[in-house]
Design a protein around this ligand. Structure first.
Ligand SMILES: Nc1ncnc2c1ncn2[C@@H]1O[C@H](COP(=O)(O)OP(=O)(O)OP(=O)(O)O)[C@@H](O)[C@H]1O
Ligand SMILES: [Mg+2]
Length: 459
């Protein structure tokens, strides 16, 4: 009730009371003698004033607060928890108004908390690294999170309210749901899906949902993207296969030549010497392979602690240049170092020397005679940039990323002839990354390649 109607009610009461008093006055005046009339009228007037004051008091202290309180409760019922009622500093209605205000405040706090909790849950669910789907006991989808949408596409409205088997096509998922419902236990399955054009492996885990009475109320499906895990597993398998293969070749050859020698070839001195040379060469290769493998595994285990020294490039690079010059001369390759002088930076001098030698020996190996190999080193305020370039055979586009993989060689036969193990660049990459740096390659087939190493000056 608004103030206007409340005022109307108040005036109506006043009007009735005044009318009653007027009526009584008229009746009494007609019945009594003149001299008593004044006295009676005066008494009636006093009585009227008292009644009016009482009515006003009643209105102010009871009717008005109760009306206000009922208005506020109406608003609370509607869910508007911001409302408060006016509290008179005294009177009986004060308690009622106070209680209503406390109630309203509590409700408001509760609703704020509820909203916050709700949004917290939403945030958690939507920012999970795994896809999530909630299905009720009849198979209707109740919830899907953002990651799920990312994995399976469409919009959440295209899933929610539908039967799971109508919106998910993979039968492996149906199987997981059915088994989860059947056995009332956690079940797993696997699917593949295309995300942004790439194939992804997804593990599906179904878990039953129970209520307090342990009645089955539905299932939660969680979708983990295990593509990376699969890749690592594949790499591990490949690695084992590659290592075995790489070891097998020299071992078979050593064994074969040793057997041939024992079978009688030893009688021939020339043949013996030739075979022993082969055996030596193969065992050197075997040793190089084992050394590289040990090196890699040390790097991977992070056992190797990088020495952090201030490298003075001018003196540090001299020994590298000398070693490379010798190798280059043997193949009549022109080696052209171009080193900015006075550069210093932090790093492990021995490991970084290993990086440069690996890159430079590759450049010499994969460049034909009379070619050119370059080495440049420049600095800027944050990093040191080292470029190793050659005018060699180059690297095809599809191999550019793969050459950093262990055992990967563009041309297996040719590379093996150079005595390579195919582990050099894998080691290089590891060392550069341990220095928080990066390595990239630019190359044109038959024109040459440039390897660019960037290492931060401080790490
Ligand atoms: N400068 C280059 N020009 C052309 N191809 C290169 C160059 N550097 C590397 N490659 C290619 O990358 C492959 C991998 O190089 P990596 O150094 O890892 O192995 P490798 O040279 O065969 O053997 P090693 O482990 O003994 O160095 C090489 O086999 C070669 O095919
Ligand atoms: Mg190499």
């Amino acid at each position: 009730m608004d103030d206007k109607s409340r005022a109307n009610l108040f005036y109506r009461y006043i009007f009735i009371v005044i009318s009653v008093f007027l009526l009584i006055g008229l009746m009494v005046i007609s019945l009594v003698a003149n001299e008593e009339q004044i006295f009676i009228l005066f008494s009636l007037l006093i009585g009227l004033i008292i009644v009016l004051v009482l009515i006003y008091h009643m209105f102010e202290n009871y009717v008005r607060p109760i009306r206000a309180a009922s208005n506020v409760t109406n608003e609370l019922v509607k869910g508007n928890y911001n409302v408060r009622t006016y509290v008179k500093p005294y009177g009986e209605a004060q308690k009622l108004s106070n209680s209503i205000n406390v109630l309203a405040r509590n409700l408001q706090e509760m609703s704020i908390q509820e909203k916050m909790q709700g949004s917290q849950w939403k945030t958690v669910i939507n920012n999970m690294e795994s896809g999530l789907m909630l299905i009720d006991e009849r198979g209707y989808v109740h919830l899907v999170n953002r990651k799920f949408i990312h994995m399976f596409g469409n919009k959440s409205v295209q899933y929610i309210g539908y039967l799971y088997y109508d919106v998910l096509t993979q039968t492996s998922i149906h199987k997981v749901v059915q088994e989860t419902f059947l056995y009332e236990e956690k079940m797993t399955g696997a699917i593949t899906t295309i995300i942004n054009g790439n194939k992804h492996y997804i593990e599906v885990v179904g878990a039953p949902v129970f209520n307090d009475l342990r009645e089955l109320k539905g299932a939660v499906l969680v979708f983990h993207d295990i593509t990376e895990l699969k890749r690592v597993e594949e790499m591990r398998k490949d690695f084992v296969a590659n290592v075995s293969h790489e070891l097998k070749t020299p071992v078979t050859s050593i064994r074969g030549f040793a057997e041939t020698l024992l079978d009688g070839a030893m009688e021939d001195k020339g043949l013996t010497e030739e075979f022993l040379h082969i055996i030596l060469k193969e065992s050197t290769r075997l040793q190089a392979l084992v050394d590289d493998l040990l090196e890699l595994s040390k790097l991977e285990k992070e056992e190797m602690k990088l020495a952090q020294k201030l490298i003075h490039v001018d003196s540090w690079i001299q020994s590298i240049i000398r070693l490379v010059e010798q190798q280059a001369q043997k193949k009549s390759i022109s080696f052209q170092p171009n080193i900015e002088s006075g550069v210093t930076f932090n790093g492990d001098p021995d490991r970084l020397q290993q990086v440069l030698l690996n890159l430079l020996y590759n450049a010499i190996s994969y460049t034909s005679e009379d070619g050119t190999v370059g080495l440049s080193l420049q600095e800027n305020s944050e990093e040191v940039e080292i470029k190793v370039s050659d005018t060699g055979i180059g690297i095809p586009d599809d191999a550019k990323q793969r050459i950093f993989e262990r055992f990967y060689r563009v041309d297996r036969a040719r590379s093996r002839n150079t005595g390579g193990t195919g582990l050099g660049l894998a080691i290089v990459k590891h060392i550069v990354e341990a220095h928080k740096g990066s390595i990239t390659v630019e190359s044109e087939v038959d024109e040459g390649s440039t390897f660019i190493v960037k290492v931060p000056k401080k790490w």
